[in-house]
Ligand binder design. Structure first.
Ligand code: AMP
Length: 284
């Protein structure tokens, strides 16, 4: 497995494998089994699999955890190698944002609500860095987790609108045995906070049960998640019942929906979601 740190070397890697299909998994490192599931798919579905590891400063707000974000490159590289990745691209900030850098990819309405509203500028940062990675690695397919559902939709929309020619594949959320969606930020949780955090996945699962019993009223589904997450230690930021493609809030009963939650638990800001009435593969 190659570890490349410069844009020039990554471009040369692509040029040397011009006839190979490449699957790219963009990550911010501190890899866990959720990331691993994406890498496994990239390895299985392409000639070559590339993992990028880059904690992208432009997607963090001024009061967010950029400096404290967990970093563990040697463990990340060992995992990528074990999973069969061909190359890890781990550039410095200066490589992706050269001096004087002033160009942004500004995503449209799909980025406006939910995480976009809670974290102003976040999706412009994500869309910009992912577009740069696509321009450098020129993958055939890139893999994104359902865990960050709105991000998946933002990237699908950017890839379509900018005619990037990269397929965007969504991969199911990987959970710990207790149901908590895996996240690099779970490292911030104490044992007790972790217990509180389980309310998120539990509430989403309960709403999914309601849905499978025929509940389609978005207000009732929203109420259910709000009630079930009202536990000590959890400060809810939002509960949303939205259309899975536009992420517009649903006000009338619908046959497909994504329920998303964001909450603070201790120092961590956690998000989770459940997709209803639609398969992840249909989200495109
Ligand atoms: P991050 O390193 O947090 O930027 O995540 C990199 C990629 O891994 C994104 O596409 C995430 O959606 C995905 N990812 C993170 N956590 C999970 C998870 N628990 N299950 C599936 N995919 C995940």
């Amino acid at each position: 497995m190659k570890v490349l740190r410069s844009v020039a070397d990554a471009r040369a890697f692509r040029a040397a494998s011009a006839n190979a299909t490449i699957g790219l998994v963009p990550t911010m490192g501190a890899l866990h089994a959720g990331h691993a599931s994406l890498v496994e798919r990239a390895v299985g579905e392409n000639d070559l699999a590339v993992v990028s590891i880059f904690v992208n400063p432009t997607q963090f707000g001024p009061t967010e955890d950029f400096a404290a974000y967990p970093r563990d490159e040697s463990a990340d590289l060992a995992l990528c190698e074990r999973l069969g990745a061909t190359m890890v691209f781990a550039p410095s900030v200066g490589e992706l944002y050269p001096a004087g850098d002033a160009t942004w990819v500004q995503p449209g309405p799909v980025a406006a609500r939910l995480e976009g509203a809670a974290r102003p500028g976040h999706f412009a940062g994500v869309a910009t860095v992912v577009t740069k990675l696509f321009a450098i690695v020129r993958p055939d397919v890139a893999y994104f987790g359902q865990k960050d559902f709105q991000q998946l939709r933002v990237i699908q929309t950017v890839a379509r609108d900018l005619r990037l020619g990269v397929g965007i594949a969504g991969c199911p959320t990987v959970r710990d045995g207790d149901g908590l969606a895996m996240s690099s930020r779970n490292r911030y949780l104490s044992t007790e906070e972790r217990r509180s955090a389980l309310a998120l996945s539990r509430a989403l699962l309960a709403a999914k049960d309601d849905w499978s019993r025929g509940e389609r009223d978005p207000a009732k589904l929203r109420d259910r998640v709000q009630r079930d997450t009202a536990v000590p230690g959890v400060t809810l930021e939002y509960v949303s019942v939205a259309d899975p493609l536009t992420l517009d809030e649903i006000e009338a009963p619908a046959e497909r929906a994504v329920i998303s939650v964001a909450a603070r638990v201790g120092k961590a800001r956690l998000i989770d979601n459940v997709l209803l009435g639609m398969a992840l593969e249909e989200v495109a």
